[in-house]
Design a protein around this ligand. Sequence first.
Ligand SMILES: Nc1ncnc2c1ncn2[C@@H]1O[C@H](COP(=O)(O)OP(=O)(O)OP(=O)(O)O)[C@@H](O)[C@H]1O
Ligand SMILES: [Mg+2]
Length: 251
Amino acid sequence: MLQIKDLTITHRKDLRIILEKFNMVLNAGDKAVIIGEEGNGKSTLMKWIYDPELAEEYTECEGERIITGEVMGYLPQELPEADKAKTLYEYFSESSFFFDKNPKELSEMAIEFSVPKDFFYSDQNMGSLSGGEKVKAQLMRILMDNPTVLLLDEPSNDIDISTLELLEKVINEWKQIVLFISHDEVLIENTANVIIHLEQIIRKTKSRYTIVRDNYKNYIERRARDYERQEQQALNDRREKKIRDEKYKKY
Ligand SMILES: Nc1ncnc2c1ncn2[C@@H]1O[C@H](COP(=O)(O)OP(=O)(O)OP(=O)(O)O)[C@@H](O)[C@H]1O
Ligand SMILES: [Mg+2]
């Protein structure tokens, strides 16, 4: 189980509240997507979940994180600078379990991820890989460490259809917890069963979040209906006010 209690994140620089009293519980089988406009704090939230210190480099964070028994695997939005200069072999060697894998296991993994068998031993730099290759390398490396929770920050950016399908398969077949960030509506529709929506409202002065246990299509449709209803209500309110004002003027 992954639980977050009353998490509030404030940006150090402008004291903007990125997230306020955020509560969430995820269990095995949950495929949760974090959606929201750019800059709304999706990556910051994921960093905090993986390692609060990463978020605390530029934010103040207050809250509780309960991750007893879980092992987290994290794919950051950008490949860290330090990893770019590593060769694929150096990158994989850093997994504590790489050398425990026998050639058969590695070759099965290579087939599953559609990469050459010698991919793990390649002297190509991580930084020079294509978008799709980079995501594959990161995912394989994460999976080698036998995590229970997958944290994937925009893995669907800059990858081709076949890698996207692979990603969809990995998410759908994951038996434990997946939390991912994506703007790819098809991927979200085909995988997510929990939607976490981060918003900045009232001219970006207030943070609001919504968590629903439903698929993306239903969430978006319901939101559109709610919005329409609110617009209609506002229109009615204005009409009533106008009638009241006119009556008042007469008297
Ligand atoms: N390393 C950093 N140093 C200082 N401020 C940062 C840093 N990373 C993010 N921020 C700021 O924190 C806020 C939240 O950023 P975050 O990266 O979490 O947004 P996001 O929702 O992931 O956006 P995107 O969709 O563009 O990836 C933004 O105002 C951003 O400018
Ligand atoms: Mg981000």
